[in-house]
Design a protein around this ligand. Structure first.
Ligand code: AMP
Ligand code: MG
Length: 330
């Protein structure tokens, strides 16, 4: 069913957003990472609409955003290491996966015994949660598997006509999703790399590999993906077209070279049909905040293929490379 999607500026829209949440409705709203699609986290019927609007499988759990720290112990059992992480990084782009309490609906955890919790630092998000007064479940406000939205226009392109309300708070600061950490007795398991880096987390416990039986975005090979085929490679123009042999076209009976775009880290991109530079000064923070917008523009340029140049895999670079690998996986 098609619905009218209203967009409101952050200032005047906060009251309406909180009222919609209280009425069991959906609201798209800005966080410091990407735009989220929120519903009352304690109301499974409200949360069911998130899955519907995003066409998200019910096996993929939602992150619960809390209005204040006292909600942490009401929703989860909190080991000491998790408490220290919350003290250090909240409000901020860190999601903690912890043993759940019964108050959290099964739909939110996808039936798992853990719940993912976060406290956002975005002033607009915080204002809505303060007005609403309860936790909000909010995954990224995009169709399932696609590129996360980093501004209100992206949300409209993804979910316009499917959700009633978008709160426009301008572009997101980080531009990639929160770091997700599972805290267990033996250490910290990074389920998704993000703005809080492995190097920063190491001060709070032994950083270990993923654990089996825990679902995370890492469990899905393809995610955050443009529709245009994408490959990760050093950007040599002549070789780049060989990466997309199936895209060789023909015009007037003559073979034509495929049009290849470049998502550039440090190359000039000479010879490519389109170029998007992640950061002219090779700054990983700037690159992360530009990543999804640049991928979206390349995806809309009518290209046959996109080459993504690898970025250094330190700090935020680990999160960027994780996204690129998933975008390139088919
Ligand atoms: P999104 O907010 O759309 O970027 O997605 C949220 C992601 O958080 C999901 O894809 C899950 O993989 C992860 N997540 C949420 N809840 C849990 C949980 N209980 N255990 C592990 N991962 C979770
Ligand atoms: Mg998502």
């Amino acid at each position: 069913m098609r619905v009218e999607t209203r967009v409101a500026a952050a200032g005047e829209g906060i009251h309406d957003a909180a009222a919609l949440l209280a009425a069991g409705g959906l609201v798209a709203l800005p966080t410091e990472t990407v735009y989220g699609l929120g519903a009352n986290a304690l109301d499974p019927v409200a949360c069911a609409q998130i899955f519907e609007a995003k066409a998200r499988p019910l096996s993929d759990p939602l992150i619960v955003h809390i209005p204040s720290i006292d909600w942490l112990d009401r929703l989860a059992i909190v080991p000491e290491a998790a408490r220290r992480l919350a003290e250090k990084f909240w409000p901020g782009p860190l999601t903690l996966v912890l043993p759940r309490r019964a108050i959290v609906p099964d739909l939110v955890t996808a039936g798992q015994e853990t719940v993912a919790i976060r406290m956002s630092s975005h002033p607009v998000f915080q204002a809505v949660l303060a007005a609403f007064g309860k936790p909000v479940a909010a995954p990224s406000a995009n169709r399932f598997g696609r590129i996360s939205p980093t501004c209100a226009e992206h949300v409209l392109a993804e979910l316009g006509g499917r959700i009633p309300f978008v709160l426009d708070g301008g572009p997101c600061r980080h531009g990639i999703e929160s770091t997700i950490v599972l805290v267990t007795g033996d250490g910290l398991h990074i389920l998704r790399h993000g703005p809080v880096t492995e190097e920063e987390l190491a001060a709070f416990g032994q950083v270990r590999g993923a654990v089996s039986g825990i679902s995370a975005p890492g469990g899905l090979l393809s995610h955050y993906a443009p529709r245009t085929p994408m490959r990760i490679a050093a950007p040599v123009e002549q070789e780049s077209r060989l990466l997309f042999p199936q895209q060789e076209g023909s015009r007037d009976g003559r073979p034509t070279a495929p049009a290849i775009g470049l998502l550039s880290w440090s190359s000039s991109g000479e010879g490519f049909a389109e170029v998007e530079h992640l950061s002219h000064k090779q700054d990983l923070r700037e690159a992360a905040s530009n990543l999804y917008g640049a991928m979206r523009r390349l995806d809309q340029a009518g290209l046959d293929g996109i080459v993504a140049e690898p970025v250094p895999e330190t700090g935020l670079g680990a999160a960027i490379m994780e996204r690129l690998r998933k975008a390139a996986a088919r």
